[in-house]
Design a protein around this ligand. Structure first.
Ligand code: 5GP
Ligand code: MN
Length: 351
């Protein structure tokens, strides 16, 4: 097997992360005895991939790191190497709090503001350990001592790969680490169907495949492991719940708690539903609203120039990337839908 020697790899991949930050991170890792990682509430494939990729790398460095997730991750990420060691805060707050409070170093991955840590936020903010943020969302907060923020990079997992290489540790990326990084890169680009035109992504993937990653198998494990309930729920949402607004190139799907119960909903069952209406010709903006106990969780997606992050920020106190954002609404589903529909005309010129 022919591996690119690090020198060649460096030439093929731009130095995205500033040199001084690379040195600071390397130093902080070397100095730390106990290293914690924390990801955002409702972990997605990128949060899982970036933190687990980092976990395997740190283990290769002889460290004993751990990961805290504010809430449970979807079952289709359970196969990821190391996923069974993730502490889920809402299940075991006491243990997670103790671990975070005693960590010398806390690495925050795949989110830009402390709010995204939900219940874990006060614990991390009060913790005395040094803090590093590695993320690709716009508008990075300043809660960390070292901030690596690159919104132009399509996944935090890719940033983790770049960081490890820049620290001179490509050789410490083992198969487990490579599989996690690949999973994160794949899931934040919808299987390389959006935010994925950067040619360097494919240089990195090529390296990950050389390390033994079976990309086709990972695709199946993440995207083809749903229950029949999820498919029936999807059919219901598309047939009965999807509203199309052709004049605004937009579509909306809503899902109430009662409907979720009817379809035996489990965490992650509606993941990806928001993308489906974008496959309708002429639809460039799609919104999915799901009722939670105290609020409506909103996902927004677009293709082209429509700024979902501006819409999320203006209307639902949220944010995200140009083509993928989220927000929350504290009120009824009817009110959320009305606000959405009332706002659409003002966004006509963004298409
Ligand atoms: P999703 O729709 O998959 O939950 O989220 C898509 C993206 O929107 C996330 O990667 C994140 O950047 C952003 N996002 C989701 N929910 C929120 C939220 O409540 N607030 C903010 N600021 N961003 C969010
Ligand atoms: Mn991400």
């Amino acid at each position: 097997m022919l591996f690119l020697c690090p020198i060649k790899l460096y030439k093929m991949i731009s130095k995205v992360i500033a040199e001084d930050l690379v040195h600071k991170v390397k130093y902080a890792i070397n100095e730390a005895d106990s290293i914690a990682m924390v990801i955002h509430v409702g972990p997605d494939g990128d949060a899982m991939g970036a933190s687990l990729g980092m976990l395997h790398y740190l283990k290769s460095c002889g460290k004993s790191p751990f990961i805290v997730a504010p809430s449970a991750f979807p079952a289709f990420y359970e196969w990821m190497p190391g996923a069974d060691s993730v502490y889920v805060f809402e299940r075991d707050a006491e243990k997670a709090t103790e671990l975070l409070s005693n960590a010398d170093l806390i690495i925050a991955l795949d989110f830009n503001t402390p709010k995204r840590m939900a219940e874990v936020e006060p614990v991390v903010l009060a913790a005395e350990g040094k803090k590093i943020m590695i993320d690709h969302h716009l508008n990075p907060g300043d809660f960390a001592d070292i901030v690596i923020s690159h919104p132009e990079i399509s996944s935090t997992s890719e940033l983790v790969f770049r960081l490890i290489c820049r620290m001179g540790d490509f050789s410490k990326i083992n198969l487990a680490c490579a599989e996690c990084i690949y999973t994160g890169m794949m899931s934040d680009t919808g299987g390389f169907t959006y935010n994925s035109n950067d040619q360097e992504i494919y240089v990195i993937i090529s390296e990950l495949i050389k390390l033994g990653v079976d990309k086709d198998e990972i695709y199946r494990k993440v995207f083809n492991t749903y229950s029949d309930h999820r498919l029936r729920l999807m059919g219901y949402c598309l047939y009965e719940k999807m509203k199309v607004y052709p004049e605004y190139k937009s579509a909306l799907i809503t899902l109430t708690a009662e409907e979720m119960e009817r379809f035996n909903y489990v965490n992650g069952d509606s993941e990806g539903f928001v993308n489906i209406p974008l496959s309708i010709q002429g639809i460039d903006f799609s919104v999915f609203m799901r009722e939670e106990t105290d609020k409506i969780k909103i996902s927004l997606r677009s293709q082209g120039t429509f700024p979902t992050n501006k819409f999320a920020d203006d209307v639902f106190g949220g944010g995200g990337h140009l083509n993928a954002s989220g927000g929350e609404f504290y009120g009824s589903m009817e009110e959320a839908v009305k606000i959405f529909e009332d706002t659409l005309p003002a966004y006509r010129d963004f298409f």
